[in-house]
Design a protein around this ligand. Structure first.
Ligand code: FRU
Length: 503
């Protein structure tokens, strides 16, 4: 009897799903990103503990396995051999008597400084005590460590946790640890409310305060979170220190965003080169991003592709939220200014189809990309090279009349992404909007790369000098791309490739 019932319900599921059975499959649900990491099920926010070890890219992530709404935080875990395809692993860290497992980082302890074993992976994270928070104590966030000696498969929390106790600062979290070779010590970069505090340690267990940075500098529209500190080479091969600081709210387009400072770090203090506020990504949906540790000179960044303004209420079914694609960071100069530019990692080519390359396209009012490039299938990548600095708009659309426009406004020297008519938008008042970003490049011609998943665009303009990331929820998939321009613009080169699902 029971068997028959199961059999009939299986048949009815199969009939109900019909030709859309793929849409019922795990990782192919409606709005599920096809080229971005998202958890199999339930909630995610920040990427955590990113470390490269023995040919594997580890990505841990803030995860609540019981709901699609933020709750008691765990560290989920995923691994990749190529930064593109991800395999979810068992949960790495569960909440315990010291609290939830908030954001943090991981390192390879090559010299066994902590005594957990040579090349042990050590995770450094914030223990957040929800009871202390409820009682309005000011020391409910403390830093703790855990280690793995089996390639990140299993983790043991250190018996002496927490290793860095809260001195009475309500927001005291998100430790990012790196090795400072000149003084052979670990540096912890910690978000402490409205500033960064640097600590140092010989063994990851005992920490000494070194200095504070940023109370009077940068954007302060919200609390500082999820910092990162690392070096990049400038165009003369000189090392420059980069300090990344996420902020929520107070981003350039509202809500969450990530600013950064350039400067020098001497093992104790960070000295900025200037007082400018720079942004890693001007779009609304790239937050809490940090770089992988143990990658030598290459610096690979990935962020959470959402915004605290609406992360808990975006349309979702089995899971909620995803990460950006992995991006390579480089210092680039334009005029007298230096910036951190981001570009999609070269590994993305692995899922890129043979591109259709078009030359010298005259856009007279409107150009339907499919008319020359053939049918567009999403996810897709578009690389455009414009002869000169002109007004244009690249419009993604479906036959429900919904669209997203990505473009450039010459008079204002601004790039934009307009998702105000992108489909489901009314779950939060700020979601349907046109977001803008300054053009930083001084070059005459313009280049633009767009990575288009089923519900997101990542725009890399001028070789990654201006970057914008935006998510959206069309009621039907986007199927068309047209390019519009009020002036007869020439696209010198247009490359269109489809991207193969990673799932
Ligand atoms: C940033 C953040 C972190 C914190 C974590 C909690 O998005 O608020 O500061 O550690 O999320 O999930």
């Amino acid at each position: 009897m029971i068997k028959t019932k199961v059999f009939f319900s299986l048949v009815s599921i199969m009939i109900a799903s019909g030709s859309s059975s793929k849409a019922q499959q795990l990782y192919h649900e409606r709005h599920r990103p096809q080229i971005h990491f998202s958890p199999k099920q339930k909630w995610t926010n920040d990427p955590n503990g990113m470390v490269y070890h023995n040919g594997t890219w580890h990505l841990f992530f803030q995860h609540y396995p019981d709901s699609t709404i933020w709750g008691p935080m765990h560290w989920g875990h995923a691994t990749s051999k190529d930064l593109v395809h991800w395999q979810e692993q068992p949960i790495a860290l569960y909440p315990d008597s010291l609290g939830y497992i908030f954001s943090g980082s991981a390192v390879v302890d090559k010299n066994n400084t902590a005594g957990f074993g040579k090349n042990a992976l050590v995770a450094i994270f914030t223990h957040h005590d929800p009871q202390g928070e409820k009682e309005k104590r000011n020391n409910f966030q403390n830093q703790s460590i855990a280690y793995s000696t089996d390639e990140g498969r299993t983790w043991t929390k250190y018996a002496g946790n927490p290793v860095l106790k809260n001195p009475g600062i309500t927001d005291f979290r998100d430790p990012k640890v790196c090795w400072y070779e000149p003084q052979k010590k670990w540096i912890m970069t910690l978000a402490t409310k409205d500033r960064i505090t640097f600590y140092s340690s010989p063994d990851l267990k005992g920490w000494t305060k070194e200095s504070e940075f940023g109370k009077e500098l940068g954007a302060h529209g919200g609390v500082w979170e999820c910092p990162d500190l690392f070096q990049l080479d400038d165009d003369n091969g000189k090392k420059v220190w980069v300090l990344i600081v996420s902020i929520n709210p107070g981003g350039p387009n509202g809500g969450s965003a990530t600013q950064y400072f350039l400067g020098d770090f001497d093992g104790s203090r960070f000295a900025p080169v200037d007082t400018n506020t720079r942004w890693i990504d001007y779009g609304p949906d790239n937050y809490a991003g940090i770089t992988w540790s143990n990658t030598g000179n290459r610096k690979i960044f990935l962020g959470w592709m959402s915004n605290w303004l609406y992360a808990n209420i975006v349309p979702a079914t089995t899971w909620r939220n995803a990460m950006t694609i992995a991006r390579e960071l480089k210092l680039k100069r334009t005029g007298n200014e230096m910036y951190v530019a981001s570009e999609p990692v070269a590994e993305l080519k692995k899922i890129q189809s043979k591109p259709v390359v078009l030359h010298n396209i005259q856009v007279q009012k409107s150009f339907d990309v499919a008319s020359k490039a053939g049918k567009i299938t999403f996810p897709a990548r578009l690389d455009l090279n414009f002869e000169k600095n002109s007004d244009y708009s690249i419009v993604l659309s479906n036959d429900a009349g919904e669209e997203v426009a990505i473009g450039y406004n010459k008079a204002q020297q601004q790039y934009y992404i307009d998702r105000s008519r992108s489909g489901q938008t009314n779950f939060q008042k700020d979601f349907p909007a046109r977001h803008v970003a300054p053009r930083l490049s001084k070059a005459g011609s313009m280049d633009l790369s767009l990575i288009l998943d089923v519900n997101s665009v990542e725009m890399f303009a001028d070789s990654g000098l201006t970057v914008m990331t935006s998510i959206y929820f069309p009621t039907k998939p986007f199927t068309h791309i047209r390019i519009e321009s009020p002036e007869n613009v020439t696209i010198k080169k247009l490359t269109v490739s489809s991207l193969k699902s990673i799932w």
